[in-house]
Design a binder for this molecule. Sequence first.
Ligand code: 13P
Length: 247
Amino acid sequence: MKYFIGNWKMFGVPGSINILDKINLFNLRDRNRKKYKVIITPPYTLLETFAKNFKSKKILIGSQNCYHKDLYSSNTAAISPYMIKKVGAKLTLIGHSDNRSEGDTDKILKDKVFFALKNNLKIVFCIGENKKQKKNNQTLKVLHKQLTQVLEKRFNRNNIIVAYEPIWSIGTGKIPNQEELLKTILHIKKILRKIFGKRIPSIIYGGSVDETNVQKFRKINEINGFLIGGASKSSKKFIDIIKNYYR
Ligand code: 13P
């Protein structure tokens, strides 16, 4: 199963549901639809409306983040995994570099993962090196730390997707070359096997994926889908990404 996950970041108002309508229409007609799942992560403000409207359809709705505490707390503007689950979302991103750069430590991320899974949300756990780390050949070391400091064997691997998103690639139009990417993905697999044993979470790729470059990723079988930022805000681009992937 492949995942096409659209991360809208700070984008969208209630009327933006027409983007989902169009993706849904395409999805219903697509002969490849059984091979993949579509997930959209809108901002918190749209979670409930979107989750309710697409409950019985083929698009799952998730949040972009969650707070690292269960149920309720006295933290202004915080939204817990419990609250996210209760409005009908099925999953949450955790550890996106946008949030890591705003103070999400490994300890906080571990709590987020724990409470999200406890509340029956699937998680998309994001990892990735920055430009400087890549330049200094630290990619594999950075990814090792990000994975081993947070993920544990006791977490249900079936509810975890790992998203490799090199920070230098996000929003820049730059993507890793195939050789480099394969090496990195195999390294991630190795670390995940050390944590979980033989059966490991799915791995997806994120960073400047669009309708023109998505085919380049097809050769790497180990990549189980994509986390798509900019191109997911247009139904046409998002649909073309899926079409071109299977072309
Ligand atoms: P872009 O696809 O815009 O590079 O964003 C990737 C991303 O950060 C998805 O979470």
